[in-house]
Design a protein around this ligand. Structure first.
Ligand SMILES: *Cc1c(COP(=O)(O)O)cnc(C)c1O
Length: 372
């Protein structure tokens, strides 16, 4: 069976291979069977390897749900009542952490930056120096709102310097940008099955520092389903998830991880970077401008500024491209109308070239010319 190949240029879910899609077609199985527990044990272990997390120090906790589920799990589970959480925000996903903290009345502060500016760690350092109430810091690694990459190195360093617990949303950078937890330790790192690891949506995970995880035992539980300690403890004891896992998604993830190791992490990074370069050059040739300074770019997603042309109509353009198998994504940054084109997933520079040709045709048809 061949399904029609759509190219998702969206900030997730990403395009998957035919083999990953097909890996979901398996005999029905009860996820409490030993065979399935072994599969989950392997996956938990392999997810550590991808970011060089030592299994003596770290473990993986799985949850059924999208990325926001693990953001909510970590924020509701790891903050005690003694210290406050500092959330560093430069986009919608950082702001989502703030909303979660607000929803559960978790004590927090924020430092906010413009969406087109990366987080300023000199500034964060001064803040931490004069605010001893903080005990936790949270940040988004790759802000998928714009495609900006915040420095994991500076983040990790500050955590070490102040002894604070670090929470990193690496949902759209994990497996797409090299991360090495030996070099840059993080206490709780979150990601999902459906972004740069190139699996199906439905599973989210937390890679957690075991010495911190065990301390959560006697802490306040604010969520029943998303309790990180309870899920961790149950998985350690039984090898199972507490509640029904997305079985077929987990089979697909097994395949996606195999394909990741086969390609190699550095090669994946290079492929994404080449996709990004092809995209950037091509869009520039068509006259488009971008939101970010190239030095801040993740190489995974571009925020394109809508041209100042009366014939330009985002939804018409989206539909034209979508009918031809390419999906782009809207985005409004401050006062600027923009759209987003991501280059993660099982796609290469040839797909990007096809996209650029199709975009050029769309612009001719809609009579959009971008003046210098
Ligand atoms: C995709 C994404 C999430 C999770 O969003 P869901 O819609 O819950 O999958 C969180 N953070 C970042 C940075 C993301 O890119």
């Amino acid at each position: 069976m061949d399904s029609k190949r759509n190219i998702l240029l969206t900030p997730g879910p990403a395009t998957t291979t035919e083999t990953v899609k097909m890996a979901q077609i398996v005999p029905d199985i009860c996820p409490r069977e030993k065979e399935f527990c072994e599969l989950m044990a392997e996956i938990r272990n392999d997810l550590l390897k991808i970011i060089n997390a030592d299994k003596k120090k770290y473990t993986t906790v799985l949850f059924g749900g999208s990325g926001t589920a693990v953001m909510e799990s970590v924020i509701t589970s790891v903050i005690d009542e003694e210290k406050e959480l500092l959330i560093l925000i430069n986009g919608a996903y950082g702001d989502r952490m703030r909303k979660i903290a607000e929803t559960y009345s978790i004590p927090f502060k924020t430092l906010e930056y413009e969406s087109d500016q990366s987080i300023n760690f000199t500034d964060v350092n001064s803040y931490l120096q004069s605010n001893s109430d903080i005990g936790y810091i949270a940040m988004v690694h790759h802000e998928t709102t714009t495609g900006i990459l915040n420095s994991i190195g500076s983040f990790s360093e500050l955590g070490k310097k102040y002894g604070h617990t670090l929470i990193l949303d690496a949902i759209s950078s994990y497996a797409g940008v090299p991360i090495n937890l030996e070099a840059t330790p993080i206490d709780y790192l979150m990601s999902t099955s459906n972004k740069c690891i190139q699996g199906m949506p439905g599973l989210a995970f937390i890679i957690g520092n075991k010495s911190k995880l065990v301390q959560l035992k006697n802490w306040p539980t604010r969520s029943f389903y998303l309790s990180l300690y309870d899920q961790y403890d149950y998985m350690e004891k039984s090898g199972q998830m507490r509640f029904t896992p997305p079985v077929q998604v987990i089979y697909a993830l097994r395949k996606a991880i195999d394909e990741y190791f086969k390609e190699g992490g550095m090669n994946r990074y290079k492929r994404y970077k080449k996709n990004w370069q092809t995209l950037r050059n091509g869009l520039q040739k068509l006259g488009y401008e971008f939101l970010l300074d190239p030095k801040d770019e993740s190489h995974i997603l571009l925020t394109v500024i809508e041209p100042n042309n009366q014939n330009f109509n985002y939804s018409k353009l989206h539909d034209y491209l979508n009918q031809r198998g390419f999906t782009i994504y809207p985005g409004k940054i401050n006062d600027k109308n923009t759209f987003r084109v991501s280059n993660m997933g099982a796609i290469d520079h040839v797909d990007i070239d096809h996209f650029l040709i199709t975009l050029g045709l769309a612009m001719d048809e809609m009579d959009i010319k971008i003046e210098d």
